[in-house]
Ligand binder design. Structure first.
Ligand SMILES: [Zn+2]
Length: 211
């Protein structure tokens, strides 16, 4: 058995499903370390390329999720037609411009029209889109569009609040600036009272974003 400390707990399925070309990723990371003026052979860096390649299999696992299989068995026919809200879904993503993390919370609401999705699946939908190279605006829209297409609800709304390390560590270095994006369909777009009910709900008792 190889005694390498990867600091991870990656299940074999994630590594097996990953579309990442690990040898190629490892070589590229070794080259990057050299290009940055560091010595890839020094002790602390020796396993870094393998560690990073494994890490991307985890951080970018959203590309490999089959959405049909994911929601399979969790779609239910119900007569309920009040707003369903799942708030404060924690997420971590990587901005595609810098490949630095952005992270925060997603709030999802929909008004069913005959179909609901098992509640544990909504965070899985968020993860499927977060664990990719992303921009926050597109991630927000993809989550909303996916739920609209899947559930054909009377309306769906998604709000994402996030902190971007590329804004905090570099560039403008605004530590507390958070970005808020939203996507609304159906009743949430057409009906001000519906939209306000959702927005009032998610602002109630909201904890500040922190890292
Ligand atoms: Zn960025």
């Amino acid at each position: 058995m190889e005694l390498l400390d990867f600091d991870d707990d990656l299940p074999d399925e994630i590594l097996a499903e990953s579309k990442i070309d690990s040898p190629e990723a490892e070589e590229s990371i070794t080259r990057l370390i050299k290009a940055l003026g560091e010595d890839p052979e020094r002790e602390g860096l020796q396993n870094t390329p393998r560690r990073i390649a494994r890490m991307y299999s985890e951080l970018l696992a959203g590309y490999n999720v089959d959405p049909v299989a994911m929601v399979n068995g969790a779609l239910f026919d119900v007569k309920y037609d009040e707003m369903v809200i799942v708030r404060d879904i924690e997420f971590y993503s990587l901005c595609e411009h810098h490949m630095l993390p952005f992270m925060g919370r997603v709030h999802v609401a929909y008004i069913p029209d005959g179909k609901v999705l098992g509640i544990s699946k909504i965070p899985r939908v968020v993860d499927m889109y977060a664990r990719r190279l992303q921009v926050q605006e597109r991630m927000t829209r993809q989550i909303a569009d996916f739920l609209r297409d899947l559930l054909k609800p009377q309306g769906v709304a998604v709000v994402v609040e996030a902190l971007h390390l590329c804004m905090m560590m570099r560039g403008v270095q605004k530590h507390d600036a958070r970005m808020i994006t939203s996507a609304m369909h159906g009743a949430f777009r057409a009906n001000l009272a519906t939209r306000e009910e959702f927005l009032a709900n998610i602002s109630r008792g909201a904890a500040p974003l922190q890292i």
